[in-house]
Design a protein around this ligand. Structure first.
Ligand code: HEC
Length: 101
């Protein structure tokens, strides 16, 4: 009896944590088209591979793009559109994921 309800609780907990936070792959999904599967692409021959950046640098850059504060090769608006719908928590998670490449 006890073990049955315990495993049901564990299952619910699993489902809940999956619903609450998007997976790393889902967050990174749109990025791969320009930055590569593992952040290894030099986009347009100008944007250096993003896998070289650490978590703090990534989070800072992404927050700045979101606010429209940076424009390194004249395509800041394009990057702003990519990151516009990411929450602060999404940006933290995504930055840690890219830094792990
Ligand atoms: C349509 C192509 C495209 C997509 C999709 C895209 N980016 Fe970018 N990204 C760019 C371009 C272009 C720049 C340079 C913009 C500028 O500053 O002029 C850039 C810049 C960056 C930089 C800064 C790189 C550096 O060296 O300073 C980071 C970090 C980054 N993108 C992460 C992401 C992440 C994370 C995603 C997915 C949420 C993403 N990008 C989606 C094109 C793209």
């Amino acid at each position: 009896m006890f073990s049955k309800s315990f495993s049901l609780l564990a299952l619910l907990g699993l489902l809940q944590s999956n619903l609450l936070s998007a997976s790393n792959e889902v967050l990174y999904n749109s990025c791969r088209f320009c930055h590569g599967e593992k952040g290894e692409v030099t986009y347009l021959g100008k944007v250096e591979p993003i896998k070289r950046l650490d978590k703090t640098a990534l989070a800072t850059l992404l927050q700045s793009y979101k606010k429209g504060e940076i424009d390194q090769i004249g395509l800041g608006k394009l990057m702003q559109a990519q990151i516009a719908n990411f929450s602060d928590a999404d940006i933290e998670q995504l930055s840690a994921y890219i830094a792990s490449f």
